[in-house]
Design a protein around this ligand. Structure first.
Ligand SMILES: CC(C)(COP(=O)(O)OP(=O)(O)OC[C@H]1O[C@@H](n2cnc3c(N)ncnc32)[C@H](O)[C@@H]1OP(=O)(O)O)[C@@H](O)C(=O)NCCC(=O)NCCS
Length: 203
């Protein structure tokens, strides 16, 4: 896509990037969504990795974004640093045009250049395997509860980076700070969208 720019976010983008995130996740997994609040919280967290996070701009409009944060695998008593990202999202009208793929490709390249070894995420099991992600059972890595499932995936930035690592995955506490009342209050800053209960939602 000729006019697509993948670039670091600036303060002037914050509202538009959060609104784009709201539109991408609204009524997707549950009535409404909290991912725009997650983006807001992440930026203020010590775990946020600003230098890897990117927005996608098309014709002066923010149409996508990817937000990285620090995570680790606890292997015995050793904490092994890994990356995670979330959300990765593209505004609905602009989906399936390669923007999500471009955000992934640019940031994985940047992460490699900065010496990061691997990424672990919770994500859409139908999407990420196309970009080289594998389920974490193949690496001997589980969630912090000791579980594996299709949505729990990893990507070795450095080949075989996870071969010697076994243990449980921990992400930033920010992901657990999405208090429903705060989300509701935060959401009032954005244009109203109707919450709908739809088939296929998780809850
Ligand atoms: C998932 C998402 C980031 C992908 O970005 P995108 O720019 O739309 O996708 P791309 O153009 O890079 O890739 C398109 C391909 O991915 C597939 N794809 C897109 N979204 C998908 C999804 N949710 N699950 C499975 N496959 C998906 C398309 O079918 C297409 O496949 P093809 O290449 O075989 O035709 C975007 O659709 C989105 O924001 N969705 C809503 C929020 C979300 O689910 N984010 C991911 C959370 S983990």
């Amino acid at each position: 896509m000729k006019n697509l720019i993948i670039r670091p976010e600036t303060k002037d983008d914050y509202f538009n990037a959060e609104y784009m995130t709201k539109k991408a996740f609204w009524n997707l997994h549950r009535p409404g969504c909290d991912e725009h609040y997650l983006v807001h919280l992440l930026r203020g967290s010590e775990d946020y990795i600003e230098e890897l996070s990117r927005v996608a701009e098309l014709d002066d409009k923010i149409v996508g974004g990817i937000y990285y944060s620090k995570a680790y695998v606890l292997d015995g008593d050793k904490k092994v640093d890994v990356l995670t990202f979330g959300p990765l999202c593209v505004e609905p009208d602009y989906q399936n045009k390669g923007i999500g793929g471009a955000l992934l490709a640019v940031t994985i390249k940047e992460a490699r250049e900065r010496g990061h070894k691997g990424i672990i995420i919770f994500g859409e099991p139908g999407y990420y395997p196309k970009h080289g992600f594998k389920t974490c059972d193949q690496f001997g890595i589980t969630t912090k509860e000791g579980k594996n499932f299709d949505a729990f995936m990893g990507y070795e930035i450095v080949p075989d980076a996870f071969r010697e690592i076994h243990g449980r995955f921990y992400e930033s506490e920010v992901f657990e700070q999405l208090d429903a009342d705060r989300v509701e209050e935060f959401d009032m800053e954005f244009p109203y969208m109707e919450k709908l209960k739809l088939p296929g939602q998780w809850s």
